[in-house]
Every structure is written in C-alpha cells, then in structure tokens.
Design a protein around this ligand. Sequence first.
Ligand code: SF4
Ligand code: SF4
Length: 267
Amino acid sequence: MAHHKVKKGELIKAGRVQVLLDTFYARNEPTIIRTLDATTRLFLRLRARPVLRLLSRMLGVVFSTGEVVTTERALRFIDAISVLDTTEIAVGPCMCQKALNRRKGSYLKDMVVLYGAEAYKHAYPAEYEHVTPERARALLREFHDEGLIPTFFACLRSEGWIYAICNCESEICFPFRAHQAAGAVMYAGPDTVELNLDGCIGCGTCVDRCHFAANTMVENRSRVDLSRCYGCGLCVATCQGQARTMMARQGYRRRYYPLDLVGDAAI
Ligand code: SF4
Ligand code: SF4
C-alpha cells in the first residue's frame, strides 16, 4: 500500500524512491547515531567547537533535523492524517536509547508517520507497531505528562520529508545534545511561552520542566528568556499559578512543521 507525504499543505502519495531511501536511513540510524555521538564527543574533547558547528550545519542540510512543537500541534497533525489508512502511524523504540544502549523513561516513543511508518516497519518489522490515531493521541498525551518534547523530524529540512514525531528528552537524546553542542539540529517551533507575572506563585516548577533552560527564578518569581524558548509548551500545563500560556512566536522562521496542513490557528 502506498504511503503519503506532505506537499504544500496536502497529503500526496510518496514515491518508492523516497520510501526506499528512508528505509535505508532507518536501518542505518543506530550506526549513524553512534558514529555522530562519538564524533561529537571527540570534537568537544579537542575543544574544536567551531569545526563541530560547521559539520553540524553541513550534515543538517541532508540528515534528519527537528522542529519543536507543542503537544497540541502534534495532536492536530495526527487529526490531519487520521483520514489515511491506519498503517500510516507506527510506534517503535527510541533510536537514541537503542543505539547508545541507554534507558531513561519511556522506550517505545518513536512515532513514525506517513511514508516513515512504512520505512521503519520495513526496517524493523518486529519492533515497530502500527497504532490507530486514537492510540497515537493517547501516547502523545502520556509523553507530554512525562515531560518529553514533541519534535517533528524531517530530512532535507523539507515538510515533504517529515517522517517522525520524536518525543525527546535532554539526557540521552542525541539530536538534543548535538544541538546544545553545535546547533543546527533542533529548531524552535511556531509558538513561544507568554508569562503573566501576576499569576506566578514562585513554585519553580517551570525551571525543572524546561529542557532548554529558558526559565530562571529571580526574587522568587519566574523569569523567561524567550530566545531560549523552543515552544514545546511543557511548562504551561504544570504551572501551578496558571501564569503561563502559549502565543505565536514573533519572527517565526518556518522550517517544515506543516502549518498549511494542520491549520495555523493559535494554540
Ligand atoms: S511554574 Fe508558574 S507559578 Fe511556578 S514559578 Fe513558574 S511561572 Fe511561577
Ligand atoms: S519555556 Fe516552556 S515552552 Fe519554552 S521551551 Fe521551556 S518548557 Fe518549552
């Protein structure tokens, strides 16, 4: 059965070549992650961060990079593709945990979508399982509660190459760590947090909840550095003072999250 990809806000059939290329990438992803992880650590040991940044930028043109979104936006994407056959969503192991043989929190959290579901199912028939849109929505909500970052991953920085919604954390996730070390791997999404200090009760939950260190406490009040906010929305749901909401990001540079497909309504 032919699977789909996004093109200009519509779902169209993906070509065989695209599926084959993604299957090849999927099969080799653990090796790619291990190699890049070792290379990153080596360059950091050599204090060669500029070289690492250049390498990251070059590889990011072709290889998989991520755009962070809120869980609400990830759910909207699932709604948009729920008109397709149920084989267009599958869930399998976190490729970073698998490749690096480390475990933390949920392991089955790699949600591959559209032609990506076909590719990963071909590459790992026993490890990936098709899930219904209802199950996908429930999982995304569970990952949100766990504090994982919904991130759309695509190759060639193109919405046509979106293949997965990864649910990242900051300790094992290679793209997250590579981005912290060299940049050009994860991009901020269409939303950013808005803080209403009148509601802040100084509980500090937002500081712990944010993987990007965007929040700090100053004189028992929260402060947010918007340049560090990637727009995951994780701090909003757990804010005990209800002092946080999401708003459209000023100067959002669209990467590949398919706004045209899901609708650009505010979160
Ligand atoms: S979680 Fe909310 S109430 Fe608590 S410190 Fe942060 S902004 Fe203030
Ligand atoms: S400040 Fe909130 S919305 Fe922004 S990156 Fe941190 S947790 Fe996500």
